[in-house]
Design a protein around this ligand. Sequence first.
Ligand SMILES: CC(C)(COP(=O)(O)OP(=O)(O)OC[C@H]1O[C@@H](n2cnc3c(N)ncnc32)[C@H](O)[C@@H]1OP(=O)(O)O)[C@@H](O)C(=O)NCCC(=O)NCCS
Length: 186
Amino acid sequence: MKTRIETYKGKDMPAQIYKRISKIWQKEFTDEEPLEAKNRKRFADDIFFIVLDSNNRILSTGRLIPINIEFLGKEYKIMGIGDIAAVKKRKGHGKILMTAIHKYLERTKQTGIGFCSPKNAPFYIKCNFKIAKTFVKRFYKRKSNGKIQKSKWQGAYTIYLDGKNNLMKKILSHPRTRIYTSRLHW
Ligand SMILES: CC(C)(COP(=O)(O)OP(=O)(O)OC[C@H]1O[C@@H](n2cnc3c(N)ncnc32)[C@H](O)[C@@H]1OP(=O)(O)O)[C@@H](O)C(=O)NCCC(=O)NCCS
C-alpha cells in the first residue's frame, strides 16, 4: 500500500485535519485533551506527523512537543515525543510514523524524549529509539507555586534519541541527579 507523510505545525494545521487526529487520540488515550480551535494556543508550536494512505485515510499519527528541561542548573530544549498511535495495529504504520519522527530529529539535531508503557518498548526499539528504564523516577515538575511534584507514572519507560545537546547522555551519566520540567508527561 502506498503511504505518504504530512507534517504540520499546530498553528498552521487545517481544522479538518486536527479534528480527525483528535478523534483517533480520544479513542486511544483516555485523558487526552481534544484538539480544538479554542485551545489551539496550547498545540500551536507542536509538530504533527500524519501517515496517510492513497485514499487520504489516516493510518497513524503522533507529535513532537517543545519542552524545556532543567538539569544540573542548566536549561535544555528538547522535543517531547507524544501521542503515538496507529489506527490499525501491527500493520507497519506505527513504524512508518516513528521512522519519520526519527529522521526529523536527526535532521534537526534535536533530542527527542517520550514515555511508554513497558509493553510498547520493543516497538520503539524496532524503530531505532533507545530505552531508559528508571529515568522517570528522577523526573520532577516544578509547579508555579514553587512546589515539586513527582511523576505519577513511575513504571513508565523512557524512549529517546539524543541530539546535538547530548542531554540524555548527560542525564544517564549522573544517575542520582533530578531532572526538572514544567510539564511531566506530554
Ligand atoms: C504502539 C503502536 C503505535 C505500534 O504501532 P503499530 O503500527 O502497531 O506497530 P508496527 O506494526 O509498525 O510495528 C513495528 C514493529 O514493532 C513490532 N511491535 C509493534 N508493537 C509491538 C509490541 N507491543 N511488542 C513487541 N513488538 C511490537 C512489530 O511486530 C514490528 O516488528 P517488525 O518490524 O519486526 O515487523 C500501536 O500499537 C498503538 O497505536 N498502540 C496504542 C496507543 C499507544 O499505546 N501508543 C504508544 C504510546 S507510548
